[in-house]
Design a protein around this ligand. Sequence first.
Ligand SMILES: C[S@@+](CC[C@H](N)C(=O)[O-])C[C@H]1O[C@@H](n2cnc3c(N)ncnc32)[C@H](O)[C@@H]1O
Length: 126
Amino acid sequence: MGTAPDAGQLMTMLLKLVDVKKTIEVGVFTGYSLLLTALTIPEDGKIIAIDLNRDSYEIGLPVIKRAGVDHKIDFREAEALPVLDQLLKDVKIGYLIIFIFFFNVFLYFLIFMWNLLSPTRSKPII
Ligand SMILES: C[S@@+](CC[C@H](N)C(=O)[O-])C[C@H]1O[C@@H](n2cnc3c(N)ncnc32)[C@H](O)[C@@H]1O
């Protein structure tokens, strides 16, 4: 597991906020973030999961299967860059999706900062 649990929670929150259906995961390892993504996206969602090493993915695969989300995963044992290059050639709209995703994340960041720096914001209860 290479993703911290709190980072995993943030990731699932972002996936829900942007209402993601298709994702690409680079660096699967045993599949912790992959499992979180597969559990979060809709039933007909798809994940292209890329890793150099299939062995580590197969350690986590029984858990992914037990969660009933393995049908959403298209695992590719490969170096990520050539696979990403090919995906962008196949689906030009990919650029648009990446742009929209980052635009939305940027927008949420601006709203968050606006609230944080606003002099009228409510004080945190600590
Ligand atoms: C930190 S781990 C990923 C952790 C995982 N996301 C999780 O939540 O447990 C990094 C993974 O990236 C893979 N990796 C590193 N360089 C890569 C590359 N160029 N292409 C594809 N996979 C790569 C490694 O094999 C390793 O499994």
